[in-house]
Design a binder for this molecule. Structure first.
Ligand code: BEZ
Ligand code: FE
Length: 290
């Protein structure tokens, strides 16, 4: 009599898990055996046809082909749109009591952008002028002097420099530093909401599942200070229509900030050389010890 098919399937999983038994690195062994168990359970649950399985392989192949190591990283997009990036983020910040909330890194960071002075304008392209400022402190409330704030955001057309070759590469990017009081100030434009790239496999996945590709307007921060854990986060515009449906699940309530209207004669305008009405956003960051 033939062996029942379900017994063959279960035995196969055990066999593959056992094949990793001699992995010298204990963590790698755990990662591989759990991967096999969960992937097999998934396949057992959905029972793909052979055609569906080849379509899945083609999807992953196309995803890999759209990774250039600079500004297009389709695997990060896939991780983000499946909520994996935010799950990894949550797991790795369980102990972060009192520090500013973190969120996704995303695929559009570029290292080595211009060093900028306090209040320097990082926007070459037009938009609604804004000042974003506040303090960086430790979890005891002490100011962190010389913290580096690496900032990036899209232009008003929803594209990042690097992604949009019409923009100079340093547009809406830069490295700001806190002063002796832990104070920072950025002159920029008010961020706009924008769709993540939809011209690849992730875009096809979103369209096929009736999901929109929009991210609520935000400003990216990566903040580094000696002896402290690097903070990767965004500030999201209060009132943005996509705050409750971010395509990559990155919004946390504590990261919302209002861009308040200010007149041309406001003291900040004089201080940072603005010559008309602008918006002001205030936000203080807290870094945890390393
Ligand atoms: C971003 O905010 O730059 C981003 C994050 C995740 C996916 C795509 C873009
Ligand atoms: Fe972004």
């Amino acid at each position: 009599m033939n062996t029942p098919h379900t017994a063959v399937e279960a035995a196969l999983t055990d066999q593959v898990v056992a094949r990793f038994a001699d992995t010298p690195d204990a963590r790698l062994k755990a990662l591989m055996q759990a991967l096999v168990r969960h992937l097999h359970a998934y396949v057992r649950e959905v029972e793909p046809t052979e055609k569906e399985w080849f379509a899945a392989i083609r999807f992953l192949t196309d995803t890999g082909k759209l990774c250039d190591g600079l500004v297009r990283q389709e695997f990060i997009l896939l991780s983000d749109t499946l909520g994996i990036s935010m799950l990894v983020d949550a797991i790795n910040h369980r102990q972060s009591v009192g520090a500013t909330d973190t969120t996704v890194f995303g695929p559009f960071y570029i290292a080595g952008m211009p060093e900028r002075s306090c209040g320097e304008n990082m926007a070459v392209t037009p938009g609604t002028p804004a000042v974003v400022h506040g303090y960086v402190r430790d979890t005891n409330g002490a100011p962190l002097r010389g913290a580096v704030l690496d900032i990036w955001q899209t232009a008003d057309n929803g594209m990042y420099s690097g992604q949009d070759t019409a923009q100079p590469v340093g547009n809406l990017r830069g490295r700001y530093h806190t002063d002796a009081d832990g104070y920072y100030a950025i002159r920029t434009i008010v961020p706009v909401s924008y769709p993540i790239p939809t011209d690849g496999p992730v875009g096809r996945m979103l369209a096929a599942t009736n999901r929109h590709p929009w991210r609520p307007a935000h400003l990216h921060f990566m903040i580094d200070a000696p002896g402290h854990r690097k903070l990767v986060t965004h500030l999201f515009n209060q009132g943005d229509p996509y705050l409750d449906s971010d395509a990559v699940f990155g919004v946390k309530p504590s990261l919302r900030v209002a861009y308040e209207e200010r007149a041309a004669d406001h003291p900040l305008a004089r201080r940072f050389g603005l010559d008309g009405p602008f918006r002001e956003a205030r936000y203080d960051f807290v870094l945890e010890p390393r």
